[in-house]
Ligand binder design. Structure first.
Ligand SMILES: *Cc1c(COP(=O)(O)O)cnc(C)c1O
Length: 490
């Protein structure tokens, strides 16, 4: 029997180092040539079988396990690193982001506690986020896993701040009036989840209808608030969206701000990807009033192109934020000197105690690329999206199903011979065939009952020629499907 290793460090550092260099080279080659590989391909059942094995009891060499990675894992990703991936809203990642994550893993910092360099990096990154958005510099913030968690933190602070009692100690079970929140029918589903988790119930989130620009209908919102007050409920929060998931619409923040101020309601903005439009001068009017809202949720693993996971919540009232999450325990005592002597503990601003050093990749990306480059990429994505919208409008077989205010185009294939039900079937089938072709990937959205292809562009690798290709491919697949549908024997 071989003796047990004394630690988990490599037994042969030189061999390990060599393998590490190999991994690095392989992964850089993969990213450099990503365009040549399929966007997406189905995971074969033989590959799935490999993930159905008993718990390994004895060691396997690093190189064998790495070999399994290259064979069974690397080829079957969702495809978001590819230049022609436009599904949902997903970061493409960057080679620099990957290297930053390696450094993060090496340092293995605990970002919830203590006095160390990482804290200052995160505080710097949070300040840069405020600067990017023109949000007040004295506001508090914390980096989180993504926008779902950022919205969760924001809604928690809103609830605790607007409740006429101490929610943290009393809970919601003391017969207090029902607390209700408002968002648009186009808002992200995470808010329903969060309302449930916060004990408020997703039924207490009113989904207000939208106008023809897919923005929250202001008059309908005011009516809903009045009706809830009439019923004896407590309206506490409006969740506005800057960049809705389906069409990229911006709610009117200035109008919402006026209502919230009058009604003593917290105004939270879900700006997951759309808030980054604030960095492009020509888009700034869309997001006017962002500086006055009570809190804003952001995702850096969308339009900042950083690898998963990183999002942020910013809260204008630092003490309201702190009061919602701080706890005391003697074993977590904050000190004024020594390793516990940090000016802030970021675990006092969110749900997590142990936190990863996700700030490093943001810090490195902003330093290396500069805001100039990030702004250029975001602007390019918006301009290329408009280009796709024009192509769709010029193509007789295609129909745009929603306005294009930002970086999303919803469209479908149409044919006079087919009715609405057949068109919905055709476009769904077309979407899947496009994905299975491995040549491009979009996701779907149903707009006014029309099943649509939805292209969301936060991809720094995409260029306008990729959209020429997309339109050509969609038309080709659409024609093929119409042929199949109209030549069916009766
Ligand atoms: C993506 C998104 C979310 C959810 O963010 P995650 O990072 O996936 O948790 C919430 N709201 C909007 C508008 C989004 O686009």
């Amino acid at each position: 029997m071989k003796p047990m290793p004394e630690s988990l460090d490599p037994q042969d550092w030189n061999a390990f180092r060599e393998l590490g260099h190999q991994m690095l080279d392989d992964m850089l080659n993969y990213l450099q040539d990503r365009r040549e590989l399929p966007v997406w391909q189905a995971v074969p059942s033989s590959v799935k079988d490999n993930f159905n094995r008993p718990l390994p009891q004895s060691p396997t060499s690093e190189s064998e396990v790495y070999e399994e990675f290259t064979q069974y894992i690397q080829p079957y990703t969702l495809g978001n690193t590819h230049p022609r991936f436009w599904g949902w809203v997903m970061t493409s990642g960057t080679p620099l982001g990957m290297l930053s994550e390696m450094l993060t893993g090496g340092l293995n910092l605990q970002m919830g506690a203590g006095e160390h360099s990482g804290l200052y990096v995160e505080l710097q990154v949070l300040d840069w986020c405020k600067e990017m958005l023109g949000y007040p510099m004295q506001s508090s913030g914390v980096l989180v896993s993504g926008a779902s968690m950022a919205n969760f933190v924001g809604l928690t602070v809103a609830r605790n701040n607007k409740a006429p009692f101490d929610v943290r100690s009393e809970g919601l079970q003391n017969g207090h009036p029902r607390m209700v929140a408002y968002t648009s029918a186009e808002a992200h589903s995470c808010h329903d989840k969060n309302m449930g988790l916060l004990g408020l119930g997703s039924d207490s989130l009113r989904h207000i209808p939208v106008n023809e620009e897919y923005q929250i209908d202001i008059a309908a919102l005011e009516e809903a608030i009045a009706a809830d007050r009439e019923a004896g409920y407590l309206p506490f929060c409006v969740i506005a969206t800057a960049g809705t998931v389906k069409t990229g619409a911006f709610d009117d923040l200035e109008a919402l701000q006026a209502i919230c101020e009058r009604e003593n309601i917290w105004l939270h903005v879900d700006g997951a990807f759309g808030a980054f439009a604030a960095v492009v001068p020509e888009m700034q009017s869309e997001i006017a009033g962002l500086d006055k809202v009570d809190s804003v949720a952001l995702d850096m693993h969308k339009w900042m192109s950083l690898p998963f996971e990183v999002g942020a919540i910013l809260v204008k009232d630092d003490s309201a934020h702190f009061k919602s999450f701080t706890v005391t325990a003697d074993y977590l005592e904050h000190d004024t000197r020594g390793a516990a002597g940090a000016p802030v503990w970021l675990s006092d601003y969110g749900l997590q105690l142990s936190r990863s050093f996700r700030a490093l990749k943001v810090w490195m990306s902003l330093k290396v690329h500069g805001m100039e480059t990030h702004r250029h990429i975001i602007h390019k994505n918006i301009l290329d999206t408009r280009y796709l919208a024009e192509l769709v409008d010029e193509t007789p077989e295609l129909e745009r199903t929603a306005p294009v205010p930002l970086n999303i185009v919803c469209f479908r294939y149409v044919d006079d011979l087919l009715d609405e039900e057949q068109l919905n079937w055709l476009n769904h089938e077309l979407l899947i065939r496009l994905q299975e072709s491995g040549e491009a990937l979009v996701s779907n959205a149903t707009i006014n009952g029309h099943y649509s292809l939805r292209m969301a562009n936060v991809n720094h690798r995409t260029n306008s020629a990729d959209f020429d290709f997309l339109v050509q491919k969609v038309v080709e697949l659409g024609r093929e499907l119409v042929d199949e549908m109209t030549s069916q024997p009766v």
